[in-house]
Write a protein of this length. Structure first.
Lengths: 114, 113
């Protein structure tokens, strides 16, 4: 079972470049999330989606955009990369209400902006 | 607003000894509480959750957690630690439909021989 798959695993970006972090899940989950993990800061929610066509901001959405055209995919877009976006990004999915918030995480994307 | 706090950045314990990783929460309404574990260069893995019912929750790998409403705590415990338990542990909380998890800052557990 693939679960939640993120690509790429690693990426180095120059300041001002753009990129899309891909996330796909094969568990037919309605809920999907993007988190960033910074040392000593835990995980911060960037954006989330409760179903195809519906997205909403989390705690730290500035500098990011998302879309949810299908149940399976939830890409995260960085338009103008900044050093402050250097982080490890995790995508997660779950059934939300039905599973009371239990989430399944991908392996992460380590992004460095230089 | 909801928040979850993990007061210890690191916990050291000898193999075979009991371990406790602390978590306190502040949420409005009935809390849903979770523990996740992260091994190096990996995503988070679900360990256990408290939704309602018994205050002692049992999870994966011999871990358990005790929900204490009066102390607003949800400490993770294991009777006998293993070296392989060494990892980063996160407490998380949610309310309502559990749409959004709020994570603590994590506690690094180190189990030594």
């Amino acid at each position: 079972n693939a679960g939640v798959t993120q690509t790429p695993k690693f990426r180095i970006l120059k300041i001002g470049q753009s990129m899309t972090l891909q996330c796909t899940q094969d568990m037919n989950h309605n809920y999907m999330y993007w988190y960033r993990q910074d040392p000593g800061m835990g995980l911060k929610l960037i954006y989330y989606s409760v179903g195809a066509g519906i997205t909403d901001k989390g705690e730290v959405p500035n500098g990011y955009n998302v879309s949810r055209s299908t149940t399976e995919d939830f890409p995260l877009r960085l338009e103008l990369a900044a050093p402050s976006q250097t982080s490890v990004y995790f995508c997660a999915s779950g059934q939300g209400t039905r599973d009371r918030g239990e989430a399944f995480f991908g392996q992460g994307t380590r992004l460095t902006v230089v | 607003a909801q928040s979850v706090a993990q007061p210890e950045d690191q916990v050291n314990v000898a193999e075979g000894n009991p371990l406790t990783v602390k978590c306190t929460y502040s949420v409005s309404g009935n809390p849903y509480l979770f523990w996740y574990v992260q091994y190096p260069n990996r995503g988070l893995q679900f360990l256990l959750k408290y939704i309602t019912g018994d205050n002692l929750v049992k999870g994966s790998y011999g871990f358990e957690a005790e929900f204490n409403k009066s102390q607003t705590s949800f400490h993770l415990k294991k009777p006998s630690a293993l070296v392989s338990d060494s990892a980063l542990y996160f407490c998380a909380g949610a309310t309502g439909g559990g749409n959004k998890l709020t994570f603590g800052t994590g506690t690094q557990l180190k189990v030594e021989l």
